[in-house]
Design a binder for this molecule. Structure first.
Ligand code: SF4
Length: 485
């Protein structure tokens, strides 16, 4: 079972202010990174405590009854989503023992071999979640290096773990740590407020929402942020090796008002929308640009501005939720149907350029297309995807389905290292979706835009070029499975 989530931490360096309400507020601001559940840990009178659960409102908002009497001058918070069918309470974070509590965002690609190795050494594993493996490795690292040298502890994690992870850790003394692994696959931001409150979160927008005007910074790949003994310090743990920032954070996962490694999410989406418009072969005659809300709105705006076609908000989102992570196909379809309200008064009889941020299974798109024709009375639908086609699995924290469920793979075997899918494949995908045409962003447009501010990307789910050994091995296994079917 693998987790991909949002993490946050906060500490008053003077050890005076109760930060529990702000930790709960941070948790809420990261809810888009994990709707399944959440949790908080703090330290009161030298003892760690944790409140957590799945589908529990108490962990999404600072509810007075649950947090009443909870006081801590440092805390961590966690948002969780898990792969379909694997939603047990057992995976809820933070994970706590007597010494520390920690939360993690990412996925450990070499989970199976690490678990086997720990079991060989008779380490009792109570769950099948990768969080527990990390906990065991931190315990081991602390035993060898001591709590005074957390840099060494995280370096030992780097030597063991293959995958993506950011970790926030709260010690029983109230010391707070935030570590972003050397790939930098998942983001981590921080700010120091008024010289005394240290805040860290997966996305800087969460910090800025709570502390307007805060100057946020990125914890770089392989860096450790420490708030301890009245001081805040950023240390290098392991900075060698390739960096592999997940481009999907900009495409879909992060809030559009976030900035990751200097590159604003909204700026990237806008640029990709413009790129789609520049490569357009369709005659604009009377076409309207309609975004699929919310994450495609910025790309659609860029497309509309560049193409001079009007942007029309003909689809309204009525339900929060990320359908590509919903388990059963029937549930997914029903949720996709309930998710949107159409405005036929804006759409009727129009040629629609439908812009989406990405296309994974195509379930939501297929359901929506049927409704656009039946209820929206549109005359044509041309889908434009502000992301290259997803053609391979992710082993680093984004829960894409199996290869055989990826719509772009149904008519194309393999991956794409540059350019676009062949025209005949696009025609087949369009037919499957029931639309008049479809185009994806060319592969090279992603680094072209993001490299304005940051380099070292992971695009393995498009190109098949996995940045780690375990990722490459798992990909080969998955491809062999597909070929054998
Ligand atoms: S494989 Fe794709 S989704 Fe996964 S980390 Fe890499 S870019 Fe992100």
């Amino acid at each position: 079972m693998h987790e991909k989530c949002g993490v946050a931490g906060i500490a008053d360096l003077r050890g005076e202010e109760n930060v529990v309400p702000d930790a709960a507020a941070l948790n809420l601001r990261l809810i888009h990174r994990g709707e399944l559940g959440g949790g908080l840990s703090g330290v009161t009178d030298g003892a760690l405590w944790t409140v957590k659960g799945n589908d529990t409102e108490e962990c999404t908002a600072p509810r007075a009854d649950l947090l009443a009497g909870r006081r801590s001058t440092s805390a961590i918070a966690h948002r969780r989503y898990a792969t379909s069918g694997e939603r047990s309470e057992i995976g809820a974070q933070p994970f706590q023992n007597d010494d520390f509590s920690f939360g993690f965002n990412g996925t450990i690609a070499n989970y199976a071999s690490l678990a086997a190795r720990l079991r060989e050494r008779r380490v009792a594993l109570g769950t099948n979640v990768d969080t527990e493996i990390i906990q065991q490795l931190i315990v081991e690292g602390i035993r060898l290096a001591g709590r005074g040298d957390m840099r060494r502890v995280f370096r030992s994690l780097e030597n063991e773990l293959d995958g993506s992870y950011t970790v926030t850790l709260l010690g029983k003394d109230g010391d707070l740590y935030g570590y972003r692994n050397k790939l930098g696959n998942r983001p981590l931001s921080y700010a120091v407020i008024g010289g005394r409150i240290v805040v860290m979160a997966s996305e800087n927008s969460a910090i800025e929402d709570i502390y307007p005007g805060a100057r946020t910074h990125d914890v770089g790949p392989g860096q450790l942020l420490i708030a301890k003994d009245g001081k805040c310090e950023l240390q290098d743990v392991m900075r060698e090796g390739p960096e592999a920032r997940c481009f999907f954070e900009w495409t879909y996962f992060a809030r559009r008002r976030s900035t990751i490694d200097g590159m604003p999410v909204a700026g990237a989406r806008d640029a990709w929308g413009r790129q789609l418009a520049r490569m357009e072969r369709l005659k604009p005659d009377g076409a309207i640009v309609v975004p699929i809300p919310d994450s495609a709105e910025t790309a659609a705006h860029g497309y509309a501005d560049e193409s001079r076609c009007p942007l029309v908000m003909g689809i309204e989102k009525v339900r929060e939720g990320r359908t590509f992570i919903e388990g059963h196909p029937v549930v997914r379809e029903e949720k996709a149907r309930l998710k949107y309200k159409l405005h036929p008064e804006l759409l009727g009889g129009r040629k629609v350029i439908l812009v989406d941020d990405s296309l994974v299974r195509g379930t939501t798109m297929t359901a929506l297309v049927k409704r656009l024709r039946a209820e929206g009375h549109v005359s044509e639908i041309h889908v434009r995807i502000a992301c290259p086609p997803i053609l391979a699995p992710c082993f680093y924290g984004i829960d894409f389905p199996e290869i055989k469920e990826l719509i772009a793979r149904l008519n194309f075997s393999g991956v794409l290292t540059s350019g676009e899918l062949p025209e005949e494949v696009l025609t087949l995908i369009a037919a499957r979706l029931g639309v008049d045409s479809i185009r994806f962003l060319p592969v090279e447009s992603v680094p072209q835009v993001l490299s304005r501010h940051c380099h070292g990307l992971c695009m393995a789910c498009v190109t098949g070029e996995y940045p780690t050994h375990a990722g490459r091995v798992l990909h080969q296994v998955e491809e062999r499975k597909v070929r054998a079917q």
